[in-house]
Design a binder for this molecule. Structure first.
Ligand SMILES: *Cc1c(COP(=O)(O)O)cnc(C)c1O
Length: 384
């Protein structure tokens, strides 16, 4: 029976401390959540600006549903492309300073679509080894040749580009690495792309809304603009809703519209989500206090966790990973916090390399200084 081999695999996973499981939220997303009947202070969501439960976004969603109903009913290229989608694309393109944008139902789908839509057999994708799983899957799906370079190793990437003589070249990278919180050296990567006539696809899932002037993201943070840059960001993290978009030159967006299978062969997202996102954008842009407060919390956490037995990885973003090492030890620490009413996820292989299991602490503008002090206190207590 094929079932017995499945059970064996699951048991083997459990024995290694690698079984993934879900917990059931009974409240809205936020820093104070109820899970399985208990209340927790949460440090695990990517709702960096605290917008996922904002009254203006809720009103946007309600108004969008009243106007457009619930389901889009068809894919974008059939009859599912609504005025709200269209308006959102234009607003997003303008916000990140690109000529055009295309929205996808999620970041995973956007990455699959961009890479598969732009490169194929005979082309080459160059990828950072710590890229998000969706970028890794995207390059395999594209059937292009693949070269992976060591994390942020610009010199190795230069060599690989040098050795590649034919076909289109696409360098892909997380802008803020999702499990480490550090930044890609985008100016250097872009310079190499200019030199070698390559595109640079930047996945800004964790920078959009958080970094740059008015939260315009990593390109703004570094002051970068180039037609070679293909910008992708997700809308379910700092933007507080769901979905993703790709912003680039018109010719790139028009190509994706023809080629990107994860755009073409799927039902459009509910237009009401676009209305909610149109309510989110002005808050991202105008409420700079959210980013300022977040920076204060990051500094507070880093100052408070300097002298623990676990190493806090260098990161200036709301993703603050505490490196534990072993899977069981990371789980035990996460459980210890849970017993104290705090929820911080343990991240284990294969999401991160073997031997680098960690707590992934994420901060939100919705946290208070006292919330962060509570976490610092609990980690010190658990260290003793
Ligand atoms: C979350 C994430 C994605 C996927 O985005 P979804 O909208 O959640 O599908 C892609 N890339 C990175 C770096 C991410 O962190």
């Amino acid at each position: 029976m094929p079932f017995s081999s499945l059970s064996q695999e699951l048991e083997a996973r459990a024995a290694q401390g690698l079984l993934r499981r879900r917990r059931v939220l009974e409240s809205a997303q936020g820093v104070h959540i109820r899970v399985d009947g208990k209340h927790y202070l949460s440090f695990c969501s990517n709702d960096y600006l605290g917008l996922a439960n904002h009254p203006q976004l809720i009103a946007g969603l309600q108004q969008g549903a009243a106007q457009y109903g619930v389901g889009a009913g068809a894919s974008h290229l059939v009859s599912g492309h609504f005025a709200a989608h269209h308006e959102l694309e234009q607003a997003l393109a303008a916000f990140v300073n690109k000529p055009a944008a295309l929205i996808f139902s999620g970041g995973y789908l956007a990455n699959l679509g961009v890479v598969q839509g732009l490169v194929g057999r005979g082309d080459t994708v160059f990828a950072d080894k710590l890229n998000h799983a969706s970028l890794n899957d995207a390059m395999l799906l594209s059937r292009a040749g693949v070269k992976r370079y060591r994390h942020n190793d610009v010199a190795q990437l230069a060599q690989q580009l040098e050795q590649t003589r034919s076909g289109r070249k696409l360098v892909i990278t997380d802008a803020v690495f999702s499990m480490d919180g550090d930044l890609a050296p985008l100016p250097q990567l872009l310079a190499l792309c200019e030199q070698h006539d390559a595109w640079l696809l930047v996945d800004d899932a964790h920078g959009f809304g958080v970094l740059g002037a008015q939260g315009r993201g990593s390109l703004s943070h570094f002051g970068l603009a180039s037609p070679r840059l293909i910008y992708m960001a997700t809308l379910g993290k700092a933007a507080g809703v769901s979905g993703a978009f790709v912003a680039a030159e018109e010719v790139v967006i028009n190509t994706l519209l023809q080629n990107a299978r994860s755009y073409i062969y799927t039902t459009a997202s509910p237009p009401a989500l676009s209305v909610a996102l149109l309510a989110s954008l002005p808050l991202i842009r105008e409420e700079g206090w959210r980013r300022e407060h977040l920076l204060g919390l990051i500094a507070q956490l880093r100052a408070g966790l300097g002298d623990l037995p676990w190493k806090l990885l260098p990161s200036a973003t709301p993703i603050q990973p505490l490196l534990v090492g072993g899977n069981e030890a990371a789980l035990a620490l996460s459980e210890g916090l849970r017993a104290r009413g705090m929820w911080v996820p343990a991240i284990r292989p294969p999401t991160v390399p073997q031997g680098t299991a960690r707590l992934r602490i994420t901060l939100s503008a919705a946290h208070s200084k006292q919330d962060v002090s509570q976490l610092i206190g609990a980690l010190h207590a658990l260290a003793h």
